[in-house]
Design a protein around this ligand. Structure first.
Ligand code: NAD
Length: 345
């Protein structure tokens, strides 16, 4: 990973909210590897349930929907990354809209307390679910560009929370002068993420199903929807690289920007990739009543390319092979009785 954009002093206090989760955990590990010495990692989950815990990092189990906890963690901080949200794949966000909406409390308190504490840089993890769903009704839908969020018709619950929290960030810059950054992530995947239990997303779910089919000898797979829904998927390393690049760009202050791959795939193609990695062919069954989300979604990277001269580029087949290998090892560890990331949920 090239990281010339992450060139500030290493002793600034950095807060990562949602650090017990997939992306927050990867960000903490990356910052620690890069030599940052004053990282504060915060998540609501009890510490033993965090996906990754990094030696030398102050790790706190606190609920950040509580203003007092936010005040406590941002004291003397230079940078705050907000990656905390109550979320999951389509199965979760279509079913638990209230939980998704309540994540507004996290950003609302965290940004206010960050501003009061004089934080210099504040990052918010938004989502492609903030985009107008009317533009995503066919699998061949054109890639979404940043202006496509308005007029607003976001994903109910989860997407509206993201859109409102984006607006908070923009107004804290406009009215109060705090530097805020907003990235709209498009489907992030990779090792050390949720792979089982109901919150997992398509790439992890499909890898797990292939691993399970191999282990059981039952060579069937159930796919949610007709498999023709299209998405792009960004490998975790590109996501972390992108977050740091975005936060180093003055042009992107208070400006939502896509952070996603533009390699479009159908879910059926995803299954084919996973089968090839697993060295197996499965009989496909389609559950047309399962949650499937919008019909088609891709990331238009014209804007990020024009500003940063960069965009996520790790090929899906490369990232999926690493993800598959990791899920396979988790599956086998669990079979052997060891604790796994899934057991931590
Ligand atoms: P994740 O579920 O693995 O991590 C989120 C973490 O936030 C969890 O560990 C959870 O315990 C924590 N959290 C929830 N409520 C909290 C609270 N009140 N106080 C403190 N911590 C709390 O999810 P992720 O994939 O790492 O996503 C990180 C961010 O990126 C989220 O804001 C998510 O909405 C956004 N995002 C992710 C994707 C993706 O594909 N993974 C796509 C778009 C947007």
């Amino acid at each position: 990973m090239r990281n010339n954009h992450d060139s500030g002093p290493r002793d600034r206090r950095i807060v990562v909210a949602g650090a017990g989760g997939f992306i927050g955990g990867a960000l903490v590990r990356h910052l620690a590897d890069r030599g940052h010495t004053r990282i504060v990692a915060v998540d609501r989950k009890p510490l033993p349930e965090w996906y990754q815990r990094v030696v030398g990092v102050t790790s706190l189990s606190l609920d950040l929907s509580d203003a007092d906890n936010c005040r406590r963690v941002v004291e003397n901080a230079h940078t705050v990354y907000n990656l905390a949200a109550d979320m999951g794949g389509m199965g979760f966000i279509e079913r638990f809209r209230i939980q998704c909406l309540r994540s507004i409390l996290i950003n609302t308190h965290l940004i206010e307390e960050s501003w009061r504490a004089g934080v210099e840089t504040y990052f918010f993890a938004s989502s492609a679910c903030a985009y107008n769903t009317d533009l995503q009704k066919v699998p061949t839908a054109t890639a979404l560009k940043e202006s496509d969020a308005y007029p607003a018709m976001a994903e109910r619950g989860y997407g509206w929370e993201k859109l409102m929290s984006e607006m908070f960030c923009q107004e804290y810059t406009a009215e109060r002068g705090m530097k805020t950054y907003i990235a709209r992530f498009h489907n992030v995947y990779g090792p050390w993420g949720t792979w089982d239990g109901g919150r997992e997303k398509a790439p992890a779910a499909i890898c797990r199903k292939v691993v399970e089919a191999k282990a059981s000898g039952q060579h069937d797979i159930t796919i949610w929807g007709d498999g023709e829904q299209t998405r792009s998927f960004m490998y975790i390393d590109d996501c972390i690289d992108g977050i740091l690049r975005i936060c180093a760009s003055d042009q992107l202050i208070a400006t939502p920007v896509n952070l996603g791959s533009s390699e479009l795939l159908s879910i059926n193609q995803l299954v084919t990739h996973a089968e090839q990695i697993g060295g197996i062919r499965l009989t496909r069954h389609y559950d047309l009543n399962a949650p499937r989300g919008v019909a088609g979604r891709n990331s238009d990277n014209t804007f990020i390319r024009s500003v940063l001269g960069w965009e996520p580029s790790i090929p899906f087949c490369v990232g999926l092979a690493k993800t598959y290998a990791w899920i396979d090892s988790q599956f086998n560890a669990r079979k052997a009785g060891a604790a796994t990331v899934r057991d931590h949920h």
